[in-house]
Design a binder for this molecule. Structure first.
Ligand code: NDP
Length: 310
């Protein structure tokens, strides 16, 4: 059993910012990265809206820099997944975390920054062809469809951003939006509309992904008229939002109906003393790198104050 003052779970902007602050407060944090070191930003290209980068920065580079900054102040970063936790209900109690490799950790405080994961539609044909042309990350997989025709589902900022990204690589992008309007911000909508090789289909959903081993096409259905249409594509990108990574805390931490962790008031305190939550795992409203980093800072300050109060 290893003993630490502060264990941080997750390695996105929230986790690393918490680590920077916790390390500078001499909490000697141990950070477990999870299965996707760097988090969701490692699957994005240009981050243009993080303050302090006038020319933008690409997501993976930013995460490497955040890790270096956290390590510079003494954070120990380990690659690994925590599959089980046992929280103490007592103030000052010791929390236990069990790493999949068998390591057991006792922590006086825990900061949860496990983020959120991409959602899928749940169609059998979509699930069967995951890895065979169905992807939830255009930036990771778009390159494989260079010069080919692809489709993307969703009408939010992610779908709009990924559609324009794909349009740079692929010959044609068909974008399926289930309503008669996009939810994406106006600026992103304009970018989509102004891109000549993106064909927008409103009121359109997927009836079936066609193909045995690899994606060969798509049968679309117009949800107003019921009319079905088939198109030939080789790649299908799903961009319909995210699910918080909170299964491991089920039954121990308070969550909302969508599984997001509930924090108290304007703080990062969860319902367990000494357990704090920051980033997308507790935020379905803003979900930005900068807001995640902000709540990571808050979680470290809350943890420091909690430990001092004991
Ligand atoms: P959102 O939840 O904002 O959008 C999800 C989209 O997927 C909606 O258009 C939704 O449709 C659609 N959708 C959901 N389920 C289905 C389904 N079963 N079939 C078809 N369509 C479906 O998620 P995003 O990932 O786009 O964005 C998340 C957050 O991140 C937002 O706050 C966004 O602003 C932010 N973001 C910001 C970026 C930036 O600033 N650069 C880039 C990317 C994201 P409907 O509208 O009908 O519900």
């Amino acid at each position: 059993m290893e003993q630490v003052k502060t264990l941080i779970i997750g390695s996105g902007p929230a986790g690393y910012t918490a680590a920077i602050y916790a390390a500078r407060a001499d909490l000697k944090p141990l950070l477990y990265t999870g299965m996707e070191p760097g988090g969701q930003l490692t699957t994005t290209t240009e981050v243009d809206n993080f303050p302090g980068y006038p020319d933008g920065v690409d997501g993976p580079t930013m995460m490497v820099e955040l890790q270096k900054q956290a390590e510079r102040f003494g954070t120990e970063v380990r690659i690994g997944h925590i599959g089980k936790v046992e929280f103490s209900k007592e103030a000052g109690g010791i929390h236990k975390a069990f790493v999949d490799d068998g390591t057991e950790i006792e922590a006086k405080s825990i900061i949860i920054s496990t983020g959120a994961t991409a959602k899928y539609l749940g169609l059998p044909s979509e699930q069967r062809l995951r890895g065979g042309g169905v992807s939830a990350c255009a930036v990771c997989d778009g390159f494989f469809y260079k010069g080919q025709e692809v489709a993307i589902v969703g009408g939010g900022d992610t779908a709009a951003e990924e559609a324009t990204y794909l349009a740079n690589i692929c010959s044609k992008v068909t974008m399926l939006v289930r309503k008669d309007e996009m939810r994406a911000s106006k600026v992103m909508q304009h970018r989509v509309i102004d891109t000549p090789n993106i064909e927008l289909r409103y009121n359109t959903e997927i009836d079936e992904v066609i193909g045995d081993m690899v994606v060969e096409g798509l049968r679309m259905i117009n949800n107003k008229t019921g009319e079905k249409e088939e198109i030939a594509i080789t790649g299908l990108f799903i961009a319909i939002g995210h699910k918080p990574n909170t299964e491991v805390f089920d039954g121990q931490l308070d969550m909302d109906d969508d599984g997001y962790l509930i924090t108290k008031g304007k703080s990062t305190h969860t319902n367990m003393p000494g357990v704090f939550a920051s980033g997308d795992v507790q935020d379905k409203e803003y979900r930005q790198a900068v807001t995640a980093a902000g709540t990571g800072c808050m979680a470290a300050l809350d943890a420091e104050r909690y430990l001092q109060s004991l």
